[in-house]
Structure formats: structure tokens, C-alpha cells
Write a protein that binds this ligand. Structure first.
Ligand code: G6P
Length: 609
């Protein structure tokens, strides 16, 4: 939620910050802004909308400087507008970019107003910049002013701060929102995500909770929350700068859909020996933890929650492991009961989702001893807060609608089923079968991707639709939910998913000749039941679109269209059937002309509650 980038160098940082913003745009795209310090003045440009609008402003009237900060916003406090765009400035002398939410902003605003500060935005952020200015009036040192100012803030923040009178200093800090420092030669940068800085460095320092850093061209000093100087290690990233570029694809989402066979290969790589999953794939002490597990509690949001739902079916069906799942934002406030010996599993692409993180912390407060995260972002907050970690290794996912992160989460969760399940009722034979099936996935997904053109033709029927229903049963129910979510997110068509057996309890009332009903129907034990549910739809004139196993005999009819999907084992079918639904929503969105990679009102990494 919001991306920040900043730098201090011996060259003009504006092109670097602008490239950084483009790479962070997935975090929000309501407005963008940039400020540089030059000639003891702050020069600021802000634009409503995307980074390209800011670039146009800078092209018309260039600014430059060796010290600067920049921001791309996802609105929380205050509508998207130029006035609410960051950086915020106090008295033409201090500028701040902020990611997070300040909870006591009302109270701080009142006292700052009493002290004569004039507010020009509706944001919570503006209190920070005035607060820092207020401190600078007492002591003209930016680092000290920031240290003092943040001590009065409640809530979450990652900040980049510059002061016109200290053109050699950039101050950055984090609490509850991610921030990394990029280490160059005679230059330092800050960003919400390493992806922003890959064109300038591969070397990163991950700030810890409460850290404040003072960056100059020739020095970097980091203080912890007790104001002690601390040494944080420099880590080398293996990611290449072009890993976050679109390449030959029209959209990131399409690129990421096509990357899935590769991504799943990465997820599996090196984690099996002789077709047997190694416990230590989850961390060096995983075996000991798994030996003590009595149940699993899954916590996640959005697409990751759907992956968790599939895992619940798998854990109980194949291994008889008791499993609960909660939407993280509900769990954190509903006072759940957690049995002793429960492994809490968080699932998250970003590792920074505020609700998921808070739910994990809540679980720990409740005395949970074991926490595992399935995550795509190394060094993220969830990774740090968890005892065990299984990285999904999908590579950076830029499209806001999650695709490869989801399928690699499912693969990882099936690995969890094996690891925990063999301590329960998962036999070695079934374990070996599941393991072999996992290795067929990259090849099977290559085959499914060949359905692209057929699905593109199918998508033409959706361009004028306002509603759609998705049906599935068993593990395909969460896949239907994920299909509906994808369609909603990027094409703005209202879509609902139901377990097909529920149709008769209400949603059947919606069926008429205008309603497309997308059914995920692999050839499993529930197929006959699903067929009856489909009859209920066709008897009422609904338009059925059925994704089914290629080995099944079925004839298309006036209101029945069939897409045949390669035959795969039941256990991996949720992963395989996900891909045609991703392609469907992608093509519908392209036809509708929506912003596929950056759908309205959404952001990829939701670091606020
Ligand atoms: C946002 C994204 C979704 C994502 C959800 C959870 O809403 O737009 O795509 O599924 O957050 O994110 P996480 O990073 O925790 O998986």
C-alpha cells in the first residue's frame, strides 16, 4: 500500500526515483509525487493518477538533484488528489514520504494547529512532516528531529525524510511497514521493495522494526528503537532487474500466468530427495515442530485465503489433519479458540499484509507455539515473525491480480500436506503418488496454456455481462471462488462463487438466459452430483460454461459450452483448473479495456488494516 523510494547520490537521482516509482506502482496508483533538495530549496512535483502523469510534469518542467524522495499512493486518509499526494512539505523546508497509517493523527493535528501549523491536505501523513519541522525548530538536526517526532506517532509507518538545510542527508525509518536500503558505491537508496532499486544495486539492508537510518553519500548509520547504533547485514539479491519487466507480454498478468510452469519448478526445486519431501525445506527445526503438531490453523487474505481453503480440504481428506481456516481480518478480532499443538500457517504473497501479520501476532499472544509462513517475499515481516518458512519462489509478481503466487502457494501447501500428513494418516504410498503428481505440474500447465486462444474466443461472450456465477465442489469450490475473484478484480463484472450443492438454496433465483454459469468440473467423485447441479441451471435457461476433463464424453448444446482440460490426477486438479479461469478473466478484462495490471481501487500489497 503506497510505495516509497528515495536516494542520496553524487548524481541526479530523479531518473532513478522515477524508475523506482514505476516498479512500485503495483502498491498504489492514485497519485505520484517527488521532491528533491537542491540549492537549499525543496523542489516538488505531484500529479493525480499514475507515475506517467508525474513523468509528463517533469518532462515539461524538469527538476533535478542528488537528494530526493518519491511516492506512489494508495489513498487511505483523503481522496486521491494532488493536494493529498506525497511528498508532504512543512514550511518549504522539510519533505516526507510515508507508507502506513498514523492512528493518532487527529489528536496530533489539533495540537499542531494550536502551534500555528497550517494543513493543506486531508492525509494522516501531514502531521508527521509538521511534527518533524516542529522538532527541527528546537534542534536543527534531521536525524534527532525524526527520532523525536516518531516517538509521538501511533500506528504504522515507513518514512523517507529530507530537509533543505541538510542536502547531504536522507533519513529513513520503519515501524510496521516495510523499508529496505539499497547500498551503492558512494550512494544509498531507500524503497518499500527491493524491486524498485534493482536497476541501481543488488545489495540490500532490510531495516528492522523501529530502526531509523541516517544516509549520506559516504556513510550509513542505523539506530534501533532504543537509539543504539546497530549493524544490519548487507544481503545480495539474486533477482535480475529484468525480472520485474514485462518483456514480450502485453501485461504483467499475462506474463505471470505464462510463468507458472517455471515458477512451480522453482517451488519444487531441491526440496525432494528420491521422491521424498525433505522436512528441512521448511526450516532446520521443522521435523521437531511437525512431530508435535496436533492441528493446523490457516490465516490469510484474498487470493491467499483461497489457497488456504484448498489446503483445508487436502489436509483433512488425505491426511486426517484437523484444520481450521480464517480470513485474517476476522481472526484477529473474533477471540478464537486454538487448541494446544496447533501449527499456525500464514499464507501471503507479499509477507506484509497487515491483517495477516496482526492475526499471526494475535495467535502468538494467545500462546501458539508454532508458526509457519508460506510466502513469496524473502525478508518480509511474516517471514521474520515465523518459526518455519516455506518460500514459494514464484519470483516478483507485479500484476495486482495474483496468479503465479497462488498456484505456487497451492504447490507449497501440498508439500505441507505431505510433511505434516505423514505424521498423521498419510501413507507412504499416497505420499509418493502426490509427490510424483507435483512434478507433472509444469508439463500439465504448459498444456493448459495451449487453451489460451479458445478461452480468448469464449471471453467475447462476457464483455457485455454484468454478473457471473462460478460453481465447484470439493477442492474446486475455492478454485471457483478464486475464478470469481479474478473476474471481479480486473473486469469489474460482479461474480459470485458457490459450492454447487448450495445453488438450490438461493442463487438459483438469479439464473436466467443472461447469466453465465462457469463450472469447474474435473472428473472426480463429485462429478455426478455436479452434473445434477448443472441440470438445475440448464432447466432454467442459464448459460453453462463447463471446464471439464478431456477424457469425458459430453456434447455441447445451445446453452452448454465445454472447455476440455488435460486429464490430471485429482489431487493436483485444483492447480491445473486455476489457469483457464485466470486466462478467462484476463481476456475479458482486455476486451473490456480495463486496466488489467492495476485495477481501480486496489493495490497489491495491503499494509494497512
Ligand atoms: C491484496 C491483493 C490480493 C492478495 C491479498 C493478500 O488484496 O490485491 O491479490 O491476495 O492482498 O495479499 P498477500 O500478499 O497476503 O497474499
Amino acid at each position: 500500500m503506497c510505495g516509497i523510494v528515495g536516494g542520496i547520490a553524487q548524481r541526479d537521482v530523479v531518473p532513478i526515483l522515477m524508475e523506482g516509482l514505476r516498479r512500485l506502482e503495483y502498491r498504489g496508483y492514485d497519485s505520484a509525487g517527488l521532491a528533491v533538495v537542491n540549492d537549499q530549496k525543496i523542489f516538488r512535483k505531484r500529479a493525480l493518477g499514475k507515475v506517467s502523469a508525474l513523468q509528463a510534469l517533469i518532462d515539461q518542467d524538469p527538476i533535478g538533484g542528488a537528494l530526493g524522495i518519491a511516492h506512489t499512493r494508495w489513498a487511505t486518509h483523503g481522496k486521491p488528489s494532488t493536494d493529498n499526494a506525497h511528498p508532504h512539505v512543512s514550511n518549504d523546508s522539510v519533505a516526507v514520504v510515508h507508507n502506513g497509517i498514523i492512528e493518532n493523527h487527529d489528536q496530533l493535528r489539533t495540537s499542531l494547529k494550536e502551534n500555528g501549523y497550517r494543513f493543506t491536505s486531508e492525509t494522516d501523513t501531514e502531521v508527521i512532516v509538521h511534527k518533524i519541522h516542529d522538532q527541527l525548530e528546537k534542534n536543527p538536526n534531521l536525524l534527532t528531529a525524526v527520532q523525536k517526532a516518531v516517538s509521538s506517532l501511533d500506528g504504522a509507518y515507513a518514512l523517507g525524510v529530507v530537509n533543505k538545510d541538510q542536502p547531504d542527508t536522507l533519513v529513513a525509518c520503519r515501524k510496521g511497514s516495510p523499508l529496505v536500503i539499497g547500498v551503492g558505491i558512494g550512494e544509498y537508496f531507500i524503497a518499500s521493495d527491493i524491486a524498485a532499486l534493482l536497476p541501481v544495486t543488488q545489495r540490500f539492508i532490510f531495516l528492522e522494526e523501529g530502526d531509523i537510518a541516517e544516509l549520506k553519500t559516504d556513510s550509513l548509520v542505523i539506530y534501533d528503537s532504543n537509539q543504539n547504533v546497530v549493524d544490519r547485514p548487507i544481503k545480495e539479491s539474486q533477482l535480475r532487474a529484468d525480472a520485474v519487466e514485462k518483456g514480450q507480454y502485453r501485461h504483467y498478468m499475462l506474463k505471470e500466468i505464462y510463468e507458472q510452469p517455471w515458477a512451480i519448478t522453482q517451488t519444487l526445486e531441491g526440496r525432494f530427495v528420491d521422491n521424498r519431501l525433505q522436512d528441512n525445506a521448511f526450516g532446520h527445526n521443522a521435523a521437531e515442530v511437525f512431530d508435535n503438531i496436533k492441528a493446523v490453523q490457516i490465516l490469510a487474505c484474498g487470493t491467499s485465503y483461497h489457497a488456504g481453503m484448498v489446503a483445508k480440504y487436502w489436509l483433512e481428506k488425505y491426511a486426517r489433519v484437523p484444520c481450521n481456516i480464517d480470513v485474517a481480518s476476522e481472526f484477529r478480532y473474533r477471540r478464537p479458540v486454538i487448541a494446544e499443538g496447533t501449527l499456525v500457517v500464514t499464507i501471503s504473497q507479499s509477507g506484509e499484509t497487515a491483517d495477516t501479520l496482526a492475526a499471526l501476532l494475535e495467535a502468538k499472544k494467545m500462546g501458539v507455539k508454532y508458526a509457519l509462513t508460506i510466502c513469496n517475499a524473502p525478508e518480509s515481516s511474516l517471514v521474520r515473525e515465523s518459526d518455519l518458512v516455506l518460500m514459494t519462489r514464484a519470483g516478483p509478481e507485479i500484476g495486482v491480480a495474483s496468479t503465479k503466487a497462488f498456484t505456487t502457494q497451492l504447490v507449497s501447501l501440498l508439500m505441507l500436506v505431505i510433511a505434516v500428513g505423514r505424521r498423521f494418516e498419510l501413507s507412504e504410498e499416497i505420499e509418493r503418488q502426490i509427490s510424483s503428481e507435483l512434478f507433472t505440474l509444469p508439463g500439465n500447465l504448459e498444456k493448459v496454456l495451449k487453451l489460451d486462444e479458445q478461452i480468448q474466443r469464449l471471453s467475447e461472450q462476457f464483455a457485455e455481462k454484468h454478473n457471473a456465477l462460478f460453481l465447484g465442489r470439493g477442492t474446486q469450490y475455492p478454485i471457483a471462488m478464486e475464478g470469481a475473484l479474478k473476474l471481479k478484480e480486473i473486469s469489474y463484472i460482479h461474480a459470485e462463487a458457490y459450492p454447487a450443492g448450495e445453488l438450490k438454496h438461493g442463487p438459483l433465483a438469479l439464473i436466467d438466459a443472461e447469466m453465465p454459469v462457469i463450472t469447474v468440473a474435473p472428473n472426480n467423485t463429485l462429478l455426478e452430483k455436479l452434473k445434477s447441479n448443472m441440470q438445475e441451471v440448464s432447466a432454467r435457461g442459464g448459460q453453462l460454461i463447463v471446464f471439464m476433463d478431456e477424457s469425458l464424453e459430453a456434447d455441447e448444446a445451445e446453452n452448454l459450452q465445454i472447455i476440455k482440460v488435460p486429464k490430471v490426477a485429482n489431487v493436483i486438479s485444483p492447480i491445473v483448473y486455476t489457469v483457464p479461469l485466470q486466462l478467462l478473466s484476463y481476456h475479458v478484462a482486455v476486451l473490456k479495456g480495463t486496466d488489467v495490471d492495476q485495477p481501480r481501487n486496489l493495490a497489491k500489497s495491503v499494509t494497512v488494516e
